[in-house]
Design a protein around this ligand. Structure first.
Ligand SMILES: [Zn+2]
Length: 268
């Protein structure tokens, strides 16, 4: 883009600084590594303004625009286990009805899984987080309130959300390890991957999604997982966010088949 065009773009579409000027190029290559502070919504100026710019009112700050979702998944996601064994992951809990049942099922099957927990649920059910950890499962930060657009928000907001969630997890289990972050809806951006990494978390995606959240039957969930699971697969399931009877019912035979065909191991 020529300088004049760039300036026109920057001044004409001030509020759309992050998204509007990205044009047809990939957002990763066009976005600065850190987002502009809120004041950067004003046109960039070579010299400092002679008089201070009036600050937006504190009470009602205007929402910054969401950064666009990249056309393909960003780099740096964990999508396989890295070993022949497959891994089970359970999202959107802890849930007072379904999480204990899933934990019972995993215990019977003698396998461990990764639980991608939502901060507001952790706050309501800390005892379930303690049980998850006590029984040898792994924890994964799944954001504070399952905000599907979190990865598109300003870096500071993403960071605050992830930190708040980890704090709540550690209020339940003081020295809990939270080695993973999973973006709600899998709606990743390069920015959220970077923030998670800086907070010591790897970004956990998946290989197999039987879409159990769309309420298929247990037999369908089982069939989809068995059909798609390859060595090293990360299987996405849900223990929270709704009625998980079908997921629970699928677990027994599905886990037996995965153990037989690939082995089931916790993520490392
Ligand atoms: Zn989720």
């Amino acid at each position: 883009m020529r300088p004049r065009a760039l300036l026109a773009c920057a001044t004409g579409l001030t509020v759309l600084l992050m998204s509007g000027c990205a044009g047809a190029k990939s957002p990763e290559s066009d976005n600065p590594p850190t987002p502009p502070p809120p004041s950067a919504a004003l046109p960039p100026q070579a010299e400092p303004a002679p008089t201070p710019t009036p600050k937006p009112t504190r009470s009602k700050p205007s929402k910054p625009p969401l950064r666009p979702l990249p056309a393909k998944l960003p780099a740096g996601l964990v999508r396989t286990t890295g070993v022949p064994e497959v891994a089970l992951t359970f999202d959107d809990g802890p849930d007072p009805v379904w999480t204990p049942k899933v934990l019972d099922r995993l215990k019977k099957a003698k396998v461990t899984a990764t639980f991608c927990v939502v901060g507001t649920q952790v706050r309501k059910h800390p005892e379930l987080v303690r049980r998850i950890v006590r029984e040898g499962h792994q924890l994964c930060n799944h954001s504070w309130r399952h905000d599907l657009d979190l990865a598109r928000r300003p870096i500071a907001e993403i960071r605050a959300d992830l930190v708040r969630t980890n704090k709540e997890i550690r209020r339940a289990v003081p020295d809990a390890e939270v080695p993973f972050y999973r973006q709600p809806g899998g709606r990743w951006t390069a920015e959220v991957v970077k923030v998670a990494r800086k907070l010591g978390m790897r970004s956990l995606h998946w290989t197999v999604d039987p879409r159990d959240w769309a309420k298929p039957t247990a037999a369908t969930i089982e069939k989809r997982v068995k059909r798609s699971a390859k060595p090293g697969a990360v299987v996405l399931l849900h223990d929270g966010g709704g009625d998980r009877a079908a997921t629970l019912a699928a677990c027994h035979r599905m886990i037996a088949a995965l153990k037989r065909d690939h082995g089931v191991a916790g993520l490392r």
